[in-house]
Design a protein around this ligand. Structure first.
Ligand SMILES: [Zn+2]
Length: 414
């Protein structure tokens, strides 16, 4: 069972100084929205200390040339355009160093600071940043840097990263796709920016199977998102047995966020977080560090951050919400995705996990529910996990039979 834990957050005023031009959605007001969430939590959450990431820490993930490029923008007037929607201003380099440092600090708070859960409320975000380039509002890949730091500084042997931002975390995937000591799980709206994240992308070489892409349609609801992670992520996490759980926490799947079409509520984010906190309590002494990624509707961002932080304080309160068993199209889709990934993760053949709040039968962590039939669906016209589109569709009748069905294919991210 999840127990209340000590929860700490990381924030620095430099995050609000980073700007990419008037009208850009990844804007300083997002930092104010994060602070508004902290105001609502009051003294129930603490703070952790951190400094800028060192060059050596960043270069464990990024190419030195990329660091040089960004460092050259520090303090210079105007904006240096690095990508079609990503530009560095005079305050960007400092903010990016501190954002990476805040992700590192979130990990340190768990191993040295006595915290159970930590949350870096940094800007700029990071999950699109690749080894050698800025991309999609991101400069340094904060969560990847934090994962590597956990292995280098805290002797973690296995680190799991769950990315629930509405966009695929291409940079994080790329950083670790050849490795089997970092599990990367991404749920996202497919196919939104950056266009990657098909469920067939499963890693390569020794890392084959350690990348788990869980695409959803543009109409995904709380129930679909929660079941996706219960049915797919939780059994894989249990099999992987991480020493640390990192979460790329983006909130652009929020129902009010116009970046994408998904309809996730603030409560839904809290419930998803609670599922993962509960898993971490069982697997790695609760150690969970979250890093902020996207989320562009200010009210939605504040409400969602409050919900996730409240879930961090008391997961049981969120786990108590009823979640009806998946039925019909959703059930078939989950089984189909599970069958696909069961090649690497046999636990997925066992069917849905019991609700987290229920005692495990027989005292053994076994799964009492009937196994999923790998033959389910058979590829008829209702097959929403289509080979080309690769998205799990929304409710009955929602199809992704062609790329256009996803509608809003915007380049905005992160
Ligand atoms: Zn995003």
């Amino acid at each position: 069972m999840s127990a209340p834990g000590r929860v700490v957050v990381g924030y620095h005023p430099a995050f609000a100084a980073h700007e990419m031009g008037e009208g850009h959605p990844e804007r300083p007001a997002r930092s104010q929205a994060a602070l508004a969430a902290l105001d609502r939590l009051g003294d129930r959450v603490g703070r952790y200390a951190f400094g800028p990431a060192s060059r050596a820490q960043i270069e464990r993930i990024h190419h030195p040339r990329h660091v040089d490029t960004l460092a050259a923008t520090a303090g210079s007037p105007g904006l240096l355009v690095l990508d079609e929607d990503t530009a560095a201003g005079p305050a960007t380099y400092e903010a990016a160093l501190l954002a990476a440092g805040a992700a590192i600090g979130a990990v340190d708070a768990l191993f040295q600071g006595g915290a159970t859960r930590s949350f870096s409320l940094a800007r700029p975000p990071g999950h699109h940043a690749e080894v050698d380039r800025a991309m999609g509002f991101c400069f340094f890949n904060n969560v990847a840097i934090a994962a590597q730091h956990a292995m280098d500084a805290h002797h973690c042997r296995r680190v799991a990263i769950v990315d629930w931002d509405v966009h695929h975390g291409n940079g994080t995937q790329r950083a670790f796709e050849g490795r089997n000591d970092v599990l990367f799980v991404s749920s996202h709206q497919y196919r939104l920016f950056p266009g990657s994240g098909h469920y067939a992308e499963r890693g390569r070489g020794p890392g084959l199977g350690f990348t788990l892409n869980l695409p959803l349609s543009s109409e995904a609801t709380d129930e679909e998102l929660l079941w996706l992670h219960r049915r797919l992520t939780l059994p894989v996490l249990a099999s992987f047995a991480p020493d640390l759980l990192l979460i790329s926490a983006g909130f652009d799947a929020h129902e009010s966020d116009e970046t994408a079409g998904q309809r996730i509520t603030a409560r839904g984010f809290g419930r998803l977080a609670a599922l993962l906190f509960d898993a971490a309590d069982r697997l790695c002494q609760g150690r969970t560090a979250l890093v902020l990624e996207g989320g562009y509707h200010l009210g939605g961002l504040t409400d969602s951050l409050v919900a996730v932080l409240e879930a961090a304080l008391d997961p049981a309160e969120f786990l108590a919400d009823p979640l009806p068993p998946p039925a019909g199209v959703l059930e078939a889709l989950l089984d189909r995705l599970a069958a696909h990934h069961a090649v690497s993760w046999p636990a997925l053949r066992q069917g849905p996990l019991p609700p987290p709040q229920e005692p495990e039968p027989g005292g053994g962590g076994g799964d009492p529910l009937a196994g999923a039939d790998d033959e389910a669906l058979g590829g008829n016209q209702e097959d929403h996990v289509a080979g080309e589109e690769g998205a799990v569709a929304g409710g009955a009748g929602e199809g992704v039979g062609d790329a256009g069905a996803l509608g809003r294919n915007t380049n905005l991210d992160s």
